[in-house]
Design a binder for this molecule. Sequence first.
Ligand SMILES: Cc1ncc(COP(=O)(O)O)c(C=O)c1O
Length: 418
Amino acid sequence: MAILRVSPNLALDQAVAQRQADGEPLVHMGFGEARLPVFEPFVERLAAGSAATAYGPVAGGAAAREAVAGYFTRRRMPTGADQVMLAPGSKPLLMALQLAVPGDVLIPQPAWNSYAAQAAMAGKQVFGVPIPAACGGVPDPEEMRRTLRAARARGHSPRIVVLTLPDNPTGTLASPHLVHEVCAVAEEEDLIIISDEIYRDIVHDPATPFLSPAEVAPHRTIVTTGLSKALALGGWRIGVARFPADGCGRRIHDDMVCIASEVWSTLSMPMQAVAEYAFSEPSEVQEQLTTSARLHGAVARAVHGILTGAGASCRPPAGGFYVYPDFEPLREELGYRRITDSSSLFQHLLDTYGIAVLAGHHLGDDEGALRFRAATSLLYGDTRELQQLALDSPDPVRLPHISAVLERLDESFAKLTS
Ligand SMILES: Cc1ncc(COP(=O)(O)O)c(C=O)c1O
């Protein structure tokens, strides 16, 4: 059994919350949460669904599964209701996939921290594959081939690759060309693709092309998503998975139902009522997604500008609410402050400037690299009123409460690198 520890992002969030409660004025960018007020129609659906107190079918009730199937079908992935499954968050679905699909696992490096932890808990070997220069969320295809060869030569059996589109932690989106390339390697090497598309509906620019691996390699791709990020319902725990219609897809789906039946039984029925409504995407939900994507994009771009202005290199954010700067160009200057790696960079930012971020090594990156992930969605304000103001604003970075925190970041990073 792998050594167990609390997921570093959740641990950091709790530590920051404690320090803030003790009166420390921290700028918290360490936790990947879309901090937005609940969209009122969801509350109504939840209340209406609360009378349903029976357990219900393991994979989810027919109405919720139909809605989810429609969601995927509208995204060029024709889907039947028997191909989908709902669960209390996509995280348990991703864990169950590690149990249901045999073989070791390739993940991009860096990647969302839970992939490696979950694979290790399932007794698998994890291989981090460096990401390409253009974006994260996918392994560099050539490095992927090299890693596969080396892993097999050492007696391992990689059978799974996990992709994140758009990506956490880099906030970038792999191009259709790269998706094709990675799928081609997966085909050649007979890998199952797990495509985590939880940030898909908050790509900042609606003109950005999105290609799911399930469109390119439909027989070997499982897609997961949920309402935690795009619709800011993290604490409500609503996740879904889509399986290939045939072949191994059916078997994996059936095994997942067995695992779910022994672990979480089903997604709670009131949450299924919310899921049915959200995944059917009435116009007001679509509007909420558009507005949220606009806000996430505006603030992520502003923070990206501050970091690159201070001299860091950083891929421009394209979706979700993260940036992942690299302070390598400033290694010498940072060295004078005894900042030499990911841990010391994190600690210095916290202790000197009160800025909390997630250090890159927690995301599988090299400990020696000067990288971290900043979750920019935590800058929208501490109250529901301020967050709603941010959501409603055509120019959120000019709102006094957001521009004040951006100024603080600007001054801090300018000082750090001066
Ligand atoms: C890339 C990615 N996948 C999956 C999840 C899990 O989300 P949930 O379990 O809330 O659906 C997260 C949450 O941080 C994430 O960032």
